[in-house]
Design a protein around this ligand. Sequence first.
Ligand code: SAM
Length: 280
Amino acid sequence: MSRIAAVFVALFMSASPSYAEDVQPVKYAGPYVPSPQSVVADMLRYAEVGPNDFLIDLGSGDGRIVRTAAKVFGARGFGVEIKEDLVRQANEAARQEGIGEQARFYKQDLFKTDLSQASVVTMYLLPDTVNLLKDKLLAELRPGTRIVSHDYPLTGWTPEKDRVFDLEEKVAISGVKTTILWLYIVPAKVEGHWGVQLPPAVSKRAGTLELKQQITSVHGWLRFDGQETPLEAVKLRGDRLSFRLAGRQGDFEGRVKGDAIEGTVRIGRASAPWRAKLGR
Ligand SMILES: C[S@@+](CC[C@H](N)C(=O)[O-])C[C@H]1O[C@@H](n2cnc3c(N)ncnc32)[C@H](O)[C@@H]1O
């Protein structure tokens, strides 16, 4: 366990008696240790939060992340928190700041919270909790949803970007100045066997696209005209999929909409549409 995690866990142990009186969550996800206000602003900027966003903070403490998202970035959202006094404090602060409609707080177990409304999820939780949430995040969030985790990564999920910096205020929280922000983008689900209509310049007959997926990492091949061609440079960012065909011309890009992909193939200066439908 890293030093940051060890100090965080130690804080949790010292915080546990008061929590025990409060609730019985599926799992206690971490003590109340607020993110420094400068980190809150950094997290929101990192996720490019704006007026069209709906943000959910998992374990919202005094509500500072959702309140800042509403006050400074014009977003709406809610926080869930198991400690009743913190929920009350957060709702009262939001009311006094005139953002009671945009920023709401509920006494609720984060593991039982419906996340489907979010376009941004934020969290500052124990390292193992962050990872216990991985399947839930992937199952409930729409492709393209941004997730910012303060200090602890989602293991096995390649971040869109991460940023490491020193902050004096963190010494009191985690024993070291080091602060890390991890930004993830929820990928569309593309694994499977797709029937493909290619532009005539590539093939006049239907093909098949076979995709294997490990979160954001995708590989596969396209079969057409009796040949199987591996995909190269495959990228999946939210609902945007792009790839090339090994040894052939053509840059494919497409948008995944449930069980369909629609996009264009660019060959030299020309571009033509292609589409795929997920097989049963
Ligand atoms: C480290 S604090 C983060 C507070 C706030 N998000 C921030 O960054 O300033 C984690 C919070 O999660 C809350 N918490 C722990 N387990 C929880 C659970 N199962 N459901 C909801 N909240 C939980 C704790 O009470 C604590 O306030």
